[in-house]
Write a protein that binds this ligand. Structure first.
Ligand code: OAD
Length: 242
């Protein structure tokens, strides 16, 4: 049976679905994937040079401006057909968990109700010292702005290289992976831990694994089915009409 037809049958039979998405699902919304994110203005930097606590301590202005550039890109972007297909799948599935590594907030904007944002959200800003989320009114302008309460730098509410993920998000994601009967890995290179272990935990717990990615990844050989294509094309066909 053709892989897509087989995948559709797995989706229709599944009662508990967990989904992990990566930058690939947002690439059709015009947001470069993490690896390509350095095109244009920022091509002379690598993410490791910018998305780290050390880089922020060393040069808060450049790190803040890079995130301001990415935030601008995200605010101009629209969710695409891939995001929309996952909203429909959530509506139709009794137990559904959407886990994302993306910080662009596009799943929520598409209408996904319960999104586990493993790496945070670029549209949120927090006090670098106190950790609490800062609204505009709680900051003094600057690049980066400063926390009006304690004077420390404000920083994007995202996970940087070398930083811990929120234990709560991680345990929710782990539970979803171990408790599903179908796991979809979409648009991720499956390289960065701990997210990369989630599909393997699902397999270990007896779930079927479908990967959606135009390129092979280290996960491909473990997958029950690989749908080699763009999420914006494959997901609407996988999920079917609303
Ligand atoms: P990557 O840039 O590592 O991988 C993007 C994946 O999406 C690749 O495997 C592409 O083949 C695939 N892809 C590209 N276009 C696609 C499309 N239209 N449809 C489906 N797939 C497509 O991004 P992530 O795997 O998300 O972490 O990277 C994981 C983490 O690495 C990021 O969250 C970030 C980075 O370090 C932090 O910032 C902590």
């Amino acid at each position: 049976m053709h892989a897509l037809a087989e995948a559709r049958s797995l989706v229709s039979k599944a009662r508990r679905i967990a989904v992990l998405t990566g930058a690939g699902i947002s690439s059709e919304s015009g947001i470069p994937t993490f690896r390509d994110a350095m095109t244009g203005l920022w091509s002379r930097f690598s993410p490791e040079d910018l998305a780290t606590p050390e880089a922020f301590a060393r040069d808060p202005r450049t790190v803040w401006q890079w995130y301001a550039w990415r935030r601008e890109l995200v605010e101009r972007a629209q969710p695409n057909a891939g995001h929309a297909a996952l909203v429909e799948l959530e509506r139709r599935t009794k137990r559904f968990a959407l886990i994302t590594q993306n910080v662009d907030g596009l799943h929520a904007r598409a209408g996904s109700r319960h999104v586990i944002e493993l790496h945070g959200n670029i549209l949120r800003t927090r006090c670098a010292r106190e950790g609490r989320i800062l609204e505009e009114s709680a900051m003094r302008p600057g690049s980066p702005p400063t926390c009006a309460a304690c004077g420390s730098h404000a920083r994007p509410d995202v996970v940087w290289f070398g930083e811990r993920l929120s234990p709560e998000s991680l345990s929710l994601a782990g539970e979803a992976a171990r408790g599903c009967d179908l796991f979809l890995s979409i648009g991720t290179s499956a390289l960065v831990e701990p997210a990369a272990s989630l599909p393997l935990e699902a397999l270990g717990a007896g779930a079927a694994l479908i990967e959606v990615n135009p390129q092979p990844t280290p996960l491909s050989r473990h997958a029950t089915l690989v749908l080699a294509g763009a999420a914006g094309e494959v997901l609407p066909r996988l999920v079917g009409p609303a």
